[in-house]
Design a protein around this ligand. Structure first.
Ligand SMILES: [Zn+2]
Ligand SMILES: [Zn+2]
Length: 148
């Protein structure tokens, strides 16, 4: 699987959305696209600071928001209010199953789900820009522990 060059895609997005692609943003995008897991923004900021870059928290938040709008990352929210992000591209968007007890995040990547959803949107003449499907519940380990 090859990701489309995120820099090129982001630059295109910014050129039509009031933004300049600054060196700071490039550093942030580089770092985000190195992370293969779901990550929390505050952990990401700590990691950036430990590494090198003196980037302001506001710049990181703004860039993450713009990456989300550009479809280059996905956002996952847990039921207790934690927010995770992960790198993505519009053709690779997928859905998540989240355990409310242990916080584990599983991924649903079956392509027939994407196909079905895009057919459905076509049918009702809806143009999808971003998709985020979450299923909350309890994983098998946690259910065993709680005796359900
Ligand atoms: Zn669990
Ligand atoms: Zn994911």
């Amino acid at each position: 699987m090859t990701l489309r060059n995120p820099h090129k895609a982001f630059e295109e997005y910014l050129s039509t959305h009031e933004g300049r692609y600054t060196l700071q943003k490039r550093v942030i995008v580089d770092e985000i696209f190195k992370i293969k897991e779901h990550f929390e923004i505050e952990d990401f900021i700590d990691r950036l600071r430990a590494d090198k870059a003196k980037l302001s928290r506001a710049t990181v938040y703004r860039t993450v928001k713009q990456l989300l709008d550009a479809g280059l990352i996905q956002k996952i929210s847990t039921r207790d209010g934690k927010v995770f992000y992960e790198r993505s591209t519009p053709d690779k968007q997928h859905d998540h199953i989240i355990c409310n007890a242990c916080g584990k995040i599983l991924e649903i990547k079956e392509s027939f789900i994407s196909e079905y959803l895009s057919t459905y949107c076509d049918k009702i003449d809806f143009y999808p820009e971003y998709r985020s499907l979450h299923i909350y519940g309890e994983c098998s380990k946690c259910r065993k522990k709680s005796g359900k």
